[in-house]
Design a protein around this ligand. Sequence first.
Ligand code: NAD
Length: 267
Amino acid sequence: MKLKDQVAIVTGASSGIGAGTSLELARAGATVVVNYPFEAAKNAAEAVVSQIKSEGGNAVSYQCDVSKEAEVVKMFGDTVSQFGTVDILVNNAGLQKDSAFTEMSLDTWNFVLSVNLNGQFLCAREAVKEFLRRGVQPEKSVAAGKIICMSSVHEVIPWSGHANYAASKGGIMMMMKTIAQEFAPKKIRINSIAPGAIQTPINKSAWGTPEGMKNLMRLIPYKRIGEPSDIGKAVVWLASDDSDYVNGTTLFIDGGMTLYPGFEDNG
Ligand code: NAD
């Protein structure tokens, strides 16, 4: 129970990595705010809350579109009103809207950037304000607060046909490092996780058929697709005092996808 008495907001938590991470945080003792963006995702968010409660944990669901400033400010305000503070932010919400570069409309570009990058900026800003207001409470954690940004291997691997997505993840890397530098003296830790291929709805086209899965394995030296719990367990570590000297870094959790797998058999 390394996160006992701590409050975590997990964005985009009604599916995939966010759902898996919410379960792991609750198992470590955190109270979890399971964020979802719109009415249609409410039942899925409630199912995550129910599973947490059935295991004896504490969670609530909360609707908020992270690309909307007023909604993000309200989510943090309501969480502080209900639970007293926020200790951990998992900046996870993200999406893809793929397009050949020359066909990509400004709307398509802006849509992905507004959720993946603006959303992480807005949530991180509100989290840091709350961490500064509250300061360190040594009975809970030696840090004043922790942020884990969900990046991607595409913060370093270019990705044809996905310029908006790759740009958003590259942007997350420099935002994360910059604010980690800015707020380290205030005992706030900010890190990223860069998943490789994790089996979730976002990339079903890549793993949904035997042929797709076979192609995917060519990119993964460890020869298995990742599970949301692979990420969730690392989030718990990054949110706990066990990682207290880790700040401003990206943890790649990718089965070796960033190891240039094209060179596996002599290139
Ligand atoms: P997912 O589609 O299951 O999860 C994304 C979640 O974000 C969904 O629950 C969705 O409802 C939510 N969301 C979308 N727009 C939102 C908004 N405006 N406000 C709040 N929530 C919103 O896919 P996932 O794989 O679990 O993705 C989670 C994160 O992990 C994303 O940032 C994604 O880029 C990143 N990621 C995933 C993989 C992978 O292989 N699955 C790899 C690298 C990075």
